[in-house]
Structures are given as structure tokens and as C-alpha cells.
Ligand binder design. Structure first.
Ligand SMILES: [Zn+2]
Length: 442
């Protein structure tokens, strides 16, 4: 592969910003460039510094657009593309009425392959280059998503859900089959291309104690793997969960008891945590995943991001779409809603903190910041190119913008896939190609 030089206004975060004036938290080059070789960032500097090194390279000039690390979505359900935007339910009814019937379709490999392609292409259109995704209970659904990830050379974390009760017969496995199928999928996919397997008990309601035992065994046998599950999303869910595990101290205590809380555990939602639960999550280094559009759409509650960050034992946190409980595939739209949820808790999240979160912050939450989420030399060239004046309403707003932080806030508040000019996966531009294809016939 030949080297290439990508030129534009480059922005990468070095650390979590402490407020809107924290200029030491990021590196910004007004005329920056990335020298890309074999899918990796070989050098990141000003165009002036790199132009000699790039004398014989293809130069892609994205000025005046911003070049950032690709966005990272830390919680989504790929089998829910055809139930996103379903009316009128809270969590448990939403699962029973819409999601479970839909997920039954993923026993069919052809259907799973078709939706897996749509899912990853939609994320790429939105500038998202890495996702942590739930598949259905069927191993075929995980095969489909990982195969689609390999085709695109995307860093995808995923797993088949383990669920052996409180779901339709056609969607349940058993403690033994869920263990065996997960083992086989780990063998087949973990470390293939950029695929990473996540042990995925859906949540305590749909797992018997025996199945959580099996999940705990998988975690002990594969301590380097991610674990993903749901925790404390809404009150009816919490009550039902505690009725199923009456001996547990609390909801978090269930996962604690089965050894599921590790620094690689992603806990979707974490809205209604007690202080003890937050302490345990902090002590184990597990990650609380904030899914604002989903929490608003399903009426689940307001994730208290700033309090979780500031408490004596702070939580590691990530943000995510939670499609299809969430209502948008875009991390820009997601962080706009995050801002509003945080505002309802009487706080603000500044735009530097917000863009840190959806890039380096989410990479750190996945323990993958050495590989993705920054423009550091040696990392994979997963990039998003953003146009802050993509549509007339943004363009006219930009006439009043004078700082980078203001520009980022406009992008977050008004931006969506139209602001994504290009997405690069391992140095390869992919969005232009997606825009050229007709889609539904595929
Ligand atoms: Zn979810």
C-alpha cells in the first residue's frame, strides 16, 4: 500500500479536558497533516513539517474541514435496525413487543448478514469507526457481524447474547449451550482482523443463576475479553431483577457475585445506582455506559454524568447510541442529547469534554486508547472529517463563531451525518463509496 498524506485541521485529545479553557488537553493544528502508511498514522504534525517526508505521496486535502479520530460507540444492538423508532413502550414492554420478535429473525444467516452490512455502513456514514455491539442469541448473528467487520477492516467488539429465561423459546439458549457457543465464537473471531469478542449476558432478567455462573467462568477463562451487559435502566426492571435474585445486595451485586465486574466490563445505562453500587463499579474499574437518546426515548431516567465523574470514587464512563432503544446512529446527535440530560441534572458538559468523550474518552473506556481514539503516531488511521458549515443553517451560524470550542459545540448541536465529509477506516476512505451505492438492493 502506498503512503498518503491527509491534510486538514487536525484535532486530537491528550487527556480529559478540565473545562473549556483547558488548551493543554488537546493538540490542534490549523494546517495539520497525517502521514498514513499501511493503515496506520506514521506521523502527525503540521503540513509544513510533513510536506518533505510526503514528497512522493498521494495528498488528500480536506481543508478547511476538521480531522478527528473516528467516533466510538460503546453500546448498540445490531439486530434492532428494523425496530428503532417503535412507538409507545418502556423498557420491558419494548423488549417483549418489538425487540424479541425482531431478534428471532436472526436465526436466518442471510438476514443477519444483510442487516450486519447495513449496520456497519450506517455507522461509517455517521463517522463512527468502532462499535461495541450486541448480537442476537444466535451464533449466526455474531458470525454475520464479525464477517462484515472483517470485510471493512473495522475494530468491532461484539458478542452473541446469552439468555436462557424470560424471553420467547426461540430466543433462549441454556447455560451449557451459551457457554459452548461463546467459546466457539471466541475461538473463531477474537483477534481475527480487528475483531474483539465480548462475553455478553444480556442482563440478569434473561439469565438464570446457572447462566451467570457460566458467564463468570468465561470471564475467568478469558480475562482479556470485554464483558457487556445492562444494569439499572428503569425501575420496573430493577424490581423484577431483585425478585429473581432475592439474595443479592442490589442489582450491581448480582454481577459482582458472579465475577462479571472487571475493567473491561461495559455496563449499559447505570441510571439508578445506589452509592454502594457506584462504589463497587468504581473499585472494579468497570465502565458505566451513558446512552442518552435511549434513556430519553424509553423514559428510563437521567444519567448523572457529572456527579459520577466528581464523586470520591469516580466512575469510568463511556457514551453510546444504544440503537435501537436509542434513536440515532450519530455520536454527534448522541452527545447533543447527553448535553441536555446533563443540563436537566443542573450541570453542563463543555464541548471539549464532549469531543474528548466520543473519541479518546470512549477509547480509554474500552481500554483501547493505544490503538484507536486519537491521532497519535502508531495508532490505526480511523478518522472522521467534519464540515462545520455542511448545511446553510450551520454555515450561517458559523459566521458568529470565533473559537474552536464554539465550533465544536455547533457541530454537536446542529451536526449529523451531513457534517461527515469522509470517514477513514485503517487509512481507507469509505464514506464517499457508501454515498455512491444505492443501498436497499444489496
Ligand atoms: Zn442496550
Amino acid at each position: 500500500m502506498t503512503k498518503k498524506l491527509i491534510r486538514g485541521r487536525t484535532l486530537t485529545f491528550l487527556a480529559r479536558p478540565h473545562g473549556i479553557d483547558d488548551h493543554a488537553s488537546f493538540r490542534y493544528e490549523e494546517d495539520g497533516a497525517l502521514l498514513i502508511d499501511e493503515g496506520r498514522i506514521l506521523r502527525a504534525a503540521s503540513f509544513e513539517d510533513l510536506k518533505e517526508a510526503a514528497a512522493d505521496c498521494e495528498i488528500v486535502d480536506h481543508r478547511p474541514h476538521l480531522i478527528l479520530p473516528g467516533f466510538i460507540d460503546t453500546h448498540a444492538h445490531f439486530p434492532q435496525m428494523q425496530v428503532i423508532a417503535s412507538y409507545g413502550a418502556e423498557l420491558l414492554d419494548w423488549l417483549n413487543n418489538y425487540t424479541f420478535p425482531e431478534e428471532m429473525r436472526f436465526a436466518d444467516s442471510d438476514h443477519a448478514a444483510r442487516i450486519a452490512s447495513f449496520f456497519l455502513d450506517e455507522l461509517l456514514r455517521q463517522g463512527t469507526t468502532t462499535v461495541a455491539a450486541y448480537c442476537s442469541v444466535h451464533p449466526e448473528s455474531a458470525d454475520a457481524l464479525f464477517a462484515a467487520a472483517c470485510e471493512r477492516d473495522m475494530c468491532v467488539i461484539a458478542g452473541k447474547v446469552m439468555m436462557d429465561r424470560n424471553a420467547p423459546e426461540a430466543l433462549t439458549d441454556t447455560p451449557q449451550t451459551s457457554y459452548d457457543d461463546t467459546k466457539e465464537l471466541i475461538r473463531r473471531w477474537h483477534g481475527q482482523s480487528r475483531c474483539l469478542y465480548a462475553i455478553t449476558p444480556r442482563f440478569a432478567i434473561t439469565s438464570t443463576p446457572e447462566q451467570l455462573e457460566a458467564a463468570g467462568a468465561l470471564v475467568r477463562e478469558h480475562p482479556d475479553l470485554h464483558v457487556q451487559t445492562h444494569l439499572s435502566e428503569n425501575h420496573a426492571e430493577i424490581d423484577f431483577t431483585m425478585s429473581l435474585y432475592p439474595q443479592a445486595k442490589d442489582y450491581t451485586g448480582i454481577y459482582e457475585d458472579y465475577g462479571l465486574l472487571t475493567p473491561r466490563t461495559l455496563l449499559g445505562h447505570c441510571i439508578h445506582l445506589s452509592e454502594r453500587e457506584a462504589d463497587i463499579i468504581s473499585e472494579t474499574g468497570s465502565v458505566a455506559v451513558f446512552c442518552p437518546t435511549s434513556n430519553l426515548f424509553l423514559g428510563s431516567g437521567l444519567f448523572d454524568y457529572q456527579r459520577y465523574r466528581r464523586r470520591e470514587k469516580p466512575l469510568r464512563m463511556a457514551t453510546a447510541t444504544d440503537v435501537g432503544g436509542g434513536t440515532n446512529y450519530s455520536m454527534l446527535r448522541t452527545m447533543d442529547e447527553a448535553y441536555k440530560v446533563i443540563a436537566l441534572n443542573g450541570e453542563k458538559l463543555d464541548p471539549l469534554g464532549s469531543f474528548w468523550q466520543m473519541t479518546r474518552g470512549n477509547a480509554e473506556a474500552l481500554s483501547l486508547a493505544d490503538e484507536i481514539g486519537t491521532l497519535e503516531e502508531g495508532t490505526t488511521a480511523d478518522l472522521v472529517v467534519l464540515d462545520s458549515s455542511a448545511v446553510p443553517a450551520m454555515s450561517v451560524r458559523m459566521e458568529r463563531v470565533s473559537t474552536l470550542a464554539e465550533e465544536l459545540f455547533v457541530l454537536q448541536t446542529l451536526g449529523d451525518d451531513r457534517a461527515v465529509v469522509e470517514t477513514y477506516v485503517a487509512g481507507k476512505p469509505v464514506k464517499g463509496e457508501l454515498n455512491g451505492q444505492s443501498g436497499l438492493g444489496a
